[in-house]
Design a protein around this ligand. Sequence first.
Ligand SMILES: [Zn+2]
Ligand SMILES: [Zn+2]
Length: 187
Amino acid sequence: MSQSHQLKQELLQFNVAQLLKERTEASRKFNIQNAAVYVADLGLKLVAPVSGSVRLVKVAGDVLVTGTLTTVLQMPCTRCLEPVDVPVTIEIEETFIPITDIATGMHLTLPEDVDDTILIDEAHILDLTEVVRQDLFISQPTHVLCREDCRGLCPQCGQNLNVGTCNCDTTTIDSRWSSLLTFKDNA
Ligand SMILES: [Zn+2]
Ligand SMILES: [Zn+2]
């Protein structure tokens, strides 16, 4: 565990039994300091706690979850592969559906193609974990630079050109430039 994970981790699971019994538009707000979100299997590495706040609102028989969470991903620089800290923010907006009726305990008829990550279980637990995992996965940028002018790796020997030069002969890589230079000299 790194230093940034010393805060106790909180499960992103909320018992919404009481909320489901309340009037529509009743709500709860939760501050999250360090959400327990496992993302290593998604190829992601977190270097800061997942924190922010979420709001649960009863809408008809469902629960609308909105919120903003932030964290920092560590990703390889696209050019030189050195690790780069990338702050990310995810905006959550998801409607969760109970599988049982809160008053009768009877199973409810669910939409045919419902995604089971947004179901509220028989124990009335709304689990936001998978939604946050997927949002984090989508939030990763495709292009990451350690710095704007990263020089990348030598295409021949792999030397990190930000750190030092190598002895590879790169002057012959593009002969079009040399003919341009010759032309300029003659002009
Ligand atoms: Zn780089
Ligand atoms: Zn080289």
